[in-house]
Design a protein around this ligand. Structure first.
Ligand code: COA
Length: 260
C-alpha cells in the first residue's frame, strides 16, 4: 500500500514505521491515524516481522500531538467520536498487537504523541525528548487514553500533576518516572532500539504474544490476569516453539524458533 504520511522500512526481523509530517512536527491527523492502523496491521500479519519500532521523522519531534487544526471547530458529538475512533483504530490496537512495539521517542511527544508512545509496549527516549499531556491548556483533556495509561505508568499523583500543569518533562525525568525505559544520545536512539529488537526477535514470537496478552490482562477491569496467565502458559505447551525451545536447551544449542 502507498502511504502519504508514514514511511516503512523492513529489516531482517523488524520493521521501522516513521511518522513523516515533519513540517507539522508529525502531528496525528485523521489520515495518518488510518495509515498507521493499516501499517501496524500489515506488519502484525507478516510473520517475518518480529518487532515494530515507531519513530517520528526529523530531529525535533516524535509526534507533537493530535492535529489541532482538524478538530478546532468540532461539536461535542464530533469530539467524542474523534476520541472513540482514534482509540479503537490506533491506540488500543497497538497496545493489543501480538507483535511487540517499541516507541523510539526522538523529540517532542505531546498529547496524542505521548499517548501513542504510551500505547506502545515500551519506550526508549533520546536525550532531547520532551513529554507531556498539554490538553488542558487547549480546554481539553487527553482523549486517546492518556488519562488511563499515564497513571498506570507513572502513578496517579505524577499523572495528575503532569495533566493539570500541562507541562513537559525531559527525558531524564521521564526515565526517573518509569515512563521510558532508557535514554540515549539522539544519534544512538535508533541503533539502540534496533539492538533491542534483535534481542527480542531471537525469542519465541508465540510466547511473546502470549506474554503481551497476560500482561495487558492486569490492566483490564473485571479480568483476572492470573487466570489469563494460567491459560496462556498452558497454551504454550501446545506450540512448536515450546518443543524447539526446550529441545534446544536440553541439546545445549541455540533455539531456532519456527514462530508457531
Ligand atoms: N497540531 C497541528 N499542528 C501542529 C501541532 C499540532 N499538535 N504541533 C505543531 N504543529 C505545527 C505548527 O502549527 C507549525 O506549523 P506551521 O509552520 O504551518 O505554522 C509547525 O507544526 C511547527 O510548530 P511550531 O509551533 O512552529 O514549533 P515550535 O518549535 O515553536 O514549538 C511545540 C514546538 C511542540 C512546543 C509546539 O508546536 C506546540 O506546542 N505544539 C502543540 C502541542 C500540543 O498542544 N499538543 C496536544 C494536542 S491535543
Amino acid at each position: 500500500m502507498h502511504y502519504e504520511n508514514i514511511l516503512i522500512s523492513n529489516h531482517n526481523d523488524f520493521s521501522i514505521i516513521t511518522i513523516n509530517r515533519p513540517t507539522k512536527l508529525n502531528a496525528l491527523n485523521k489520515a495518518t491515524i488510518k495509515e498507521l492502523h493499516q501499517a501496524f496491521k500489515e506488519a502484525d500479519e507478516d510473520s517475518s516481522i518480529k518487532v515494530i519500532i515507531v519513530i517520528g521523522s526529523g530531529e525535533k519531534a516524535f509526534v507533537a500531538g493530535a492535529d489541532i487544526s482538524e478538530f478546532a471547530n468540532f461539536s461535542v458529538e464530533e469530539g467524542g467520536k474523534l476520541a472513540a475512533k482514534g482509540q479503537k483504530l490506533l491506540f488500543d490496537f497497538i497496545e493489543n498487537l501480538s507483535t511487540p512495539v517499541i516507541a523510539a521517542v526522538n523529540g517532542f511527544a505531546l498529547g496524542g504523541g505521548l499517548e501513542l508512545a504510551m500505547a506502545c509496549h515500551f519506550r526508549v527516549a533520546s536525550d532531547n525528548a520532551k513529554m507531556g499531556l498539554p490538553e488542558v491548556s487547549l480546554g481539553l483533556i487527553p482523549g486517546y487514553g492518556g488519562t488511563q495509561r499515564l497513571p498506570n505508568l507513572v502513578g496517579k499523583g505524577r499523572a495528575m500533576e503532569m495533566i493539570m500543569t500541562a507541562g513537559m518533562i525531559d527525558a531524564k525525568q521521564a526515565l526517573s518516572y518509569g515512563l521510558v525505559n532508557h535514554v540515549t544520545p539522539q544519534e544512538e536512539l535508533l541503533p539502540f532500539c534496533e539492538k533491542l529488537a534483535q534481542k527480542i526477535s531471537r525469542n519465541s514470537s508465540v510466547a511473546i504474544s502470549a506474554a503481551i496478552k497476560a500482561i495487558n490482562a492486569n490492566f483490564i477491569d473485571g479480568v483476572n490476569g492470573f487466570e489469563v496467565e494460567i491459560e496462556e502458559f498452558g497454551n504454550c505447551f501446545g506450540t512448536e516453539d515450546f518443543v524447539e525451545g526446550t529441545t534446544a536447551f536440553l541439546q545445549k544449542r541455540k533455539a531456532d524458533f519456527p514462530g508457531k
